[in-house]
Ligand binder design. Sequence first.
Ligand SMILES: Nc1nc2c(ncn2[C@@H]2O[C@H](COP(=O)(O)OP(=O)(O)OP(=O)(O)O)[C@@H](O)[C@H]2O)c(=O)[nH]1
Length: 317
Amino acid sequence: MADVRSDGRLPLTIVGGFLGAGKSSWLRHQLYTRRFGRVHVLVNEAAELPVDDLLLGRADRLEVLAGGCACCTGRAALIAALRRICDDATGAGAGAIDALVLETSGLADPAAIAGALQEDPVLVRRIVLARTIVLVDAGAAMEQLAGEHLARRQIEAADEIVVTKAAGTDLPQRSRLVATLRLLAPGAAVSWAEFGVEAPRETDPAAAPFDLPEPEAAAPILAHRLDAREAGGWWALSAWLSALLHARGDRIVRIKGVITTPAGRLLLQSVRHHVQPPEILPDAPQGAGDPDFIALIGRDIDEQRLLRSWDTFVRAL
Ligand SMILES: Nc1nc2c(ncn2[C@@H]2O[C@H](COP(=O)(O)OP(=O)(O)OP(=O)(O)O)[C@@H](O)[C@H]2O)c(=O)[nH]1
């Protein structure tokens, strides 16, 4: 990592990767091990209501930029936040942090963010891009790299690639994935991790990369929000979500939500077709309001139909 003391600029690490690749899970472990020292973490989420900040317990400072991707619609908010952090780092908060980490939304192109920082006349003198670390889901990578321009651009921007979720992949699949990653990002270091912990995997260096045809033109991936205060608990909700994924699983890339249950607040998630086991979250800070919601991220989703289906479900409870 670039040294903040070398020229007075704060080192920034960008943590990127496609929706659900494992960015927050990886970063949570790095914060636990204090890899970045005293750090200010910025979390950018495509959905209006953030979830990732709930998962990142150990940052010295943490703030969320929600509802706009930092590489495009949320760019101005990112620049403003970084300028403010820099002002604080040389003012009242001098000496409080050693580094910045930006966890991008899964829809961000890290190179566009790096470009925006370079073009900003203030930030270019106060922040240095230390590394771009890109997370890749081993099971989903082939489909994503074949079908999504964005997934390729994310890899191309990486100085370091961390492959997650390798359980269930075989040697040929892993080897071809690494060959593809090396083709797209020849200079990047590639490693393997499970929930942030290094987990080296065997690969064959002679393997050929995947075919990378020109991805077909596709509708943009958008975030939709459902109010889940009346969702009737985890079991009813998971039945509705399973039915939705069964009917529209090809269009839904990611679901994240927070539901209050008698057992506590539950984080529910799906990545592609897979509904993950729910996770118990820490209690909401006092005054944070009722947090129950679901963020549904996908393409070609008819929002009116989705809301009608949701209403019907909620009214039938
Ligand atoms: N098996 C396995 N599952 C993982 C790993 N990392 C993340 N997951 C699971 O994958 C899902 C998505 O993980 P996140 O860390 O939220 O992924 P993300 O990239 O931050 O997601 P977005 O911010 O929505 O793009 C969760 O259900 C995690 O439990 C990993 O290393 N191994």
